[in-house]
Design a protein around this ligand. Structure first.
Ligand code: ATP
Ligand code: MG
Length: 556
């Protein structure tokens, strides 16, 4: 994949349908089941559905596919709405639920029964599964398949009236038990579930299956292009079968595209729920989670996620996208937009021995070199500073150009300093560096033209504010989690590192929760809601190093 756009065959189909006059306008829908929080895979689908509608002046519905009350909750409904809005999309007045159509779906089910196209089956779920056959072998007719229309209608009404316990009976479409497509072997349309539904309460004790509810909901809403992932390709004949045999008000068409797979990432609400329930992460919005709420908390900008979706395109072929491509898109946006500040994550004390005691001065640091409109902010300097512990080595190896005994480096915006003395504690740990500065190098340039190879970030000890900084690695240590069978065994035990004693320059102390900043040389960060009145908490969104761009240029 290069920087130019990958294709989007769905967009091409829509454009052609509109050009040919097949539809006056395009209507799509994003149909999440409210059984968990949305993840970045859903973002691909959201960007596609809302994006295509937007581009061609149509509309996109948000429809909750709420056909299974056992797993669905209001919390998930709320989070899904919040996440879609956060991504930058608006369904306007087109917010729907599959449950809005329960009455109509029920009526149509009775119609299919009356037309001899559906029957009540008394077999258990196991018996139904077992008699369904396999990919290579046809299924066997249920002993109840020949029931009269009247008996079916009576039983179905009694199912609805609550006469039977869960699992006692189902309604099945009567299609073809010998079909090579298992989905057409008399699929279940209704099951008995004595469960309270978030929307319809106790009105129903039978609930429609996804396959039965979905296409009819599309048709009721006038959806023109019903976009779903490839695993539904084999369901399309069933989708069409219902539409053909029911007096639906419109004829939507289903198109399938390849789901997003990301390296080092698991995109499955069910598995993410397990991580949350077992306490393996802090919650759905843990910054390591591939959920949109987790990514938001981590600092990913919605603009970066939309750009990512545009960049990866939409294809019919399954593939795995490099996680670094997602970071690349975020970084690209952050680089152009966020302010720069200095912070020291693992502090090492530096004393400038020849700097006048009690004196401070200020340097003007640029807010964002990528943004000509951005200004500067003052950075205070004083004789006691902190630098990054790993910017110093007592015995530097060959390619280490940063600070070392006797060596001169540049302090960003400030002066050139030279390390004169290394102070250690009783255990031999370096606890302080005693350095001198060259007053003639104010701003970082020497009049004689000498220029050290390294420029270090720093903060003034007297002015710095304490902060906690959380660094993240992939949640999984394997690029293909679970490939060896066990997903949990692939969890990365080092996915989070908490640095509780970081220092930030005062110019970063006023940042609000959710605000983003580049800490120079360290990466992009975002203020976490865990902040307290006297201490900010930062999540690192991404580092500055763009591994993805590097790989791309090597491939060219
Ligand atoms: P999960 O397995 O994570 O629960 P799902 O497909 O069951 O996902 P739904 O709530 O049914 O979740 O999905 C809503 C829409 O998002 C569907 O149209 C689905 O095809 C799409 N979608 C889900 N996962 C992905 C993905 N990884 N890439 C692209 N689209 C996805
Ligand atoms: Mg699902």
């Amino acid at each position: 994949m290069s920087d130019e756009l990958s294709g989007n065959f769905i967009r091409d189909i829509v454009a052609e349908d509109l050009r040919a006059g097949k539809h006056e306008t395009v209507v799509t829908r994003f149909p999440p089941e409210p059984n968990g929080y949305l993840h970045v895979g859903h973002a691909k689908s959201i960007c596609l559905n809302f994006g295509v509608a937007q581009e061609f002046g149509g509309r996109c519905h948000l429809r909750f596919d709420d056909t299974n009350p056992l797993k669905e909750e209001q919390e998930y409904i709320d989070s899904i709405k919040e996440d879609v809005r956060w991504l930058g999309f608006d369904w306007g007045e087109h917010l729907y639920n599959a449950s809005d159509y329960f009455d109509q779906l029920y009526e149509w089910a009775e119609l299919l029964i009356r037309n001899g196209r559906a029957y009540v089956d008394d077999q258990s779920a196991d018996q139904i599964r077992e008699s369904r056959g396999t990919l290579t072998e046809g299924g066997r007719d249920s002993p109840y398949r020949g029931r009269s229309g009247e008996e079916n209608l009576d039983l179905f009404r009694r199912m609805r009236a609550g006469e039977f316990p869960d699992g006692a009976r189902v309604l099945r479409a009567k299609i073809d038990m010998a079909s090579p497509n298992i989905n057409l072997r008399d699929p279940v349309m209704y099951r008995i579930l004595h469960a309270r539904h978030p929307m319809t309460g106790d009105k129903w004790c039978i609930y429609p299956s996804y396959d039965y509810a979905h296409g009819q909901s599309d048709a009721i809403e006038g959806v023109t292009h019903s976009l779903c992932t490839l695993e539904f390709e084999d369901h399309r004949p069933l989708y069409d079968w219902f539409l053909e045999h029911l007096p639906v008000p419109s004829r939507p068409r289903q198109y399938e595209f390849a789901r997003l797979n990301l390296s080092y990432t698991v995109l499955s609400k069910r598995f993410l729920l397990q991580l949350v329930k077992e306490g393996r992460v802090r919650g759905w919005d843990d910054p390591r989670m591939p959920t949109l709420s987790g990514m938001r908390r981590r600092g990913f900008p919605p603009e970066g996620i939309r750009e990512f979706a545009r960049m990866i395109g939409v294809a019919k072929r399954e593939s795995v996208v490099d996680y670094a491509a997602l970071e690349h898109s975020a970084r690209d946006y952050l680089n152009r937009t966020v302010i720069r500040r200095m912070a020291v994550l693992r502090p090492l004390k530096v004393v400038i021995t020849n700097y006048p005691e009690g004196q401070t001065e200020e340097f003007a640091a640029v807010d964002n070199p990528e943004d000509p409109g951005a200004g500067t902010h003052p950075v205070p300097f004083s004789p006691i500073l902190y630098i990054e512990r790993d910017d110093f080595m007592e015995e530097p190896p060959k390619k280490f150009y940063r600070l070392a005994p006797g060596r001169e480096v540049r302090l960003r915006y400030a002066y050139l300093i030279t390390c004169r003395e290394v102070v250690k504690d009783a255990s031999g740990q370096v606890v302080e560096l005693r350095c001198t500065y060259d007053p003639a190098t104010r701003g970082g340039t020497a009049p004689d033209g000498r220029s050290p190879k390294a420029t270090l970030h720093w903060v003034s000890a007297a002015h710095a504010r304490p902060a906690e900084v959380r660094l993240y690695e992939h949640l999984f240590k394997s690029p293909e989690p679970g490939a060896a069978g066990d997903l949990l065994a692939d969890l990365n035990p080092r996915s989070e590192e908490v640095l509780a004693r970081a220092w930030i320059e005062p110019g970063a102390a006023g940042l609000a929760v959710g605000e983003r900043v580049q800490f120079e040389r360290l990466g992009y960060f975002c203020v976490d809601p865990d902040r307290s009145a006297d201490r900010l908490v930062f999540n690192r969104t991404v580092t500055l190093r763009d591994t993805w761009a590097k790989v791309q240029s090597r491939q060219k």
